[in-house]
Write a protein that binds this ligand. Structure first.
Ligand code: 13P
Length: 252
């Protein structure tokens, strides 16, 4: 049985005081929740203060990005070891905003995934098609290409530790959520891709989150699908009430 995993991607939002206040509130409300993994992913400059705010709670810390090199002359970048040092368990990699706004390629994401695994961080690897790709019936081709490119050279035991987030780009920040059926179809397809490349055991153990306009109102339907193992939440993770409202959608 896969343990559900709900993570908040705060993106480039909040300030120091509001980030700490949100983390403290989520940590407090998470105390009474069992049977789910929770994480918050603040902007990197607030990782340290948020780490302190969630210390000893059920809420883990994740970063939104990292660089693949271990150290050196890479101005502005942050290594996997630094994220571990500051208390991160997770790192979001290959988010569509990094792919489409910052120009990250599957090859870039792949280097980061391998470096994160090496450092014992759990990568949350994001995949998702653009609207024209969906409309052209190319969704699974895009997902397969991103999966193969972003996860090249990943061994079976490493794959079992990775979290995948299916985030259709047209559903991110748009209020247009994928229907539970649309999401489930891609999640099932992804599990088949994993099974073909590795084996059934690995495919059954990998957690696949859905991301894209998840809210308390649609969470239960999405999270009730057999192959949707959690959510990567953007906008609705910026308030403890809506983030915990999504967790409540698991019906635990
Ligand atoms: P929204 O929930 O704001 O659509 O963002 C989803 C997302 O990109 C999470 O990584």
């Amino acid at each position: 049985m896969r343990r559900p995993f709900i993570a908040g991607n705060w993106k480039m939002n909040l300030d120091r005081a509001s980030a700490v206040a949100l983390a403290e509130e989520v940590a407090k409300e998470a105390a009474g929740v069992e049977g789910v993994d929770l994480a918050v992913c603040p902007p990197s400059v607030y990782l340290d203060v948020v780490a302190a705010a969630v210390a000893g709670s059920k809420v883990a810390l994740g970063a939104q990005n990292m660089y693949h090199q271990p150290n050196g002359a890479f101005t502005g970048e942050i290594s996997a070891a630094m994220l571990c040092d500051i208390g991160c368990r997770y790192v979001i990699l290959g988010h569509s905003e990094r792919r489409h706004i910052l120009g990250e390629t599957d090859e870039d994401v792949n280097k980061k995934v391998l470096a994160a695994l090496e450092a014992r961080l759990t990568p949350i690897v994001c995949l998702g098609e653009l609207l024209p790709e969906r409309e052209a019936g190319r969704t699974m081709n895009v997902i397969r290409r991103q999966f193969n490119g972003s996860l090249a050279g990943v061994h079976a035991e490493q794959m079992a530790r990775i979290v995948i987030a299916y985030e259709p780009v047209w559903a991110i920040g748009t209020g247009k959520v994928a229907t539970p059926q649309q999401a489930e179809e891609v999640h099932l397809g992804l599990r088949k891709i994993i099974e073909n490349r590795y084996n059934q055991e690995v495919a059954q153990s990998v957690r696949i989150q859905y991301g894209g306009s998840v809210k308390p109102e649609n969470a239960a339907d999405l999270l009730g699908q057999p192959n949707i193992d959690g959510a990567l939440v953007g906008g609705a993770s910026l308030k403890a009430e809506s983030f915990m409202g999504i967790v409540a959608g698991l019906g635990l």
